[in-house]
Design a protein around this ligand. Structure first.
Ligand SMILES: NC(=O)NCCC[C@H](N)C(=O)O
Length: 318
């Protein structure tokens, strides 16, 4: 944790704690008696078409031995499938793809946008630094105010900063890509409590590869990706009945790299056990295979950036 504030003290947000289990989501019998909840706002997402996607260099373990191995037509079909499924339940904006930037398709790493402010990523990998100007231009063109970011602090956007709408906090990952001080800067910029988690397994180099806050305070994550102190911090904040801890097999399928929209959880793959647990928690898992993007170390969540828009329930402190 960055600071010692209690959950109550950190409630500086108008969060929809109970965008929780969404009205059209399936429910287990145990949840059937839950009181009706307001329909969630529509989520807004940013995506980038994979016109120039490929594995052209190696900056994470998933890319090893994969240079030139991603099949573009299959990647395009998988991306289009994901886009179509998300578009049925959310508003999607697009940033133009650019030749020579094969990872730009992973818009989670564009930056972090909350309210009217955006922080543009400061990539750790030099191969991705040319994306910064393009994402900055996009945020500016949409009218976001770009918050200054220290030159020497790497930060890879929503890959390492995940809003937890139910708690009004931002969970931050560091250790591989984003710097240890990044959460402190985010907290100052956005006025939201930032909880810093140290990533220790290089296969889970971004927080969004192993950690997924879901509505209603649910948390799906792979504990072994974190150091002991971070695991304890997670347990201190999320009660056991809200934690969906996944095993290594699901983690390696990037099950935690999921996008939740309207009670549906879109993910690359899902074991039967995880499927049951998500359904019991009131969510509908939707498998959307993304094998070509896995070769670059990304899946559903990495291919989207959550935008404030109508769906934003976490608001910065004025
Ligand atoms: N985890 C994410 O948020 N994005 C996936 C980024 C994959 C890209 N090849 C990278 O290593 O930066």
């Amino acid at each position: 944790m960055i600071d010692g504030r209690s959950m109550q003290e950190s409630s500086l947000v108008s969060f929809d704690a109970e965008a929780a289990v969404l009205n059209d989501a399936p429910r287990s019998d145990a949840r059937a008696a839950a009181p009706p909840r307001p329909a969630p706002a529509r989520r807004a997402l940013l995506m980038c078409a994979p016109d120039y996607f490929g594995v052209d260099y190696i900056i994470n373990p998933w890319m090893e031995n994969q240079i030139g191995q991603a099949a573009l037509p299959r990647a395009q079909a998988q991306w289009e499938n994901l886009r179509g499924k998300l578009a049925a339940h959310s508003d999607i904006a697009f940033v133009a793809p650019t030749p020579g930037l094969p990872d730009m398709v992973f818009t989670a790493n564009a930056g972090l946008a909350i309210g009217e402010k955006a922080v543009v990523s400061r990539f750790h990998a030099k191969e991705r630094r040319p994306e910064e100007r393009l994402f900055c231009d996009w945020f500016e063109a949409q009218g976001y105010s770009i918050a200054p970011w220290p030159e020497n602090v790497p930060f890879e956007g929503a890959g390492d900063a995940l809003l937890d709408h139910a708690r009004g906090i931002v969970w931050c990952g560091y250790g591989w890509r984003s710097g240890e001080t990044a959460p402190k800067h985010l907290q100052k910029i956005f006025g939201l409590r930032a909880v810093a988690l140290k990533l220790v397994d290089p296969r889970f180099y971004h927080l969004d590869t192993c950690f997924c806050p879901l509505s209603g305070g649910w948390l799906m994550y792979y504990p072994a990706a974190f150091d002991i102190a971070s695991r304890e911090a997670i347990r201190a904040i999320a009660p056991v009945e809200k934690r969906i801890e996944v095993g290594e097999k699901d983690a390696l399928s990037f099950a935690c790299n999921a996008v939740e929209v309207a009670g549906r959880v879109f993910l690359n793959d899902c074991s039967d056990d995880l499927r049951s647990r998500l359904i019991d928690a009131g969510f509908m898992p939707v498998v959307t295979p993304l094998s070509e993007f896995m070769k670059a170390g990304g899946a559903a969540k990495c291919l989207t950036l959550q935008l404030p828009g109508a769906a934003s329930t976490v608001m910065p402190r004025e």
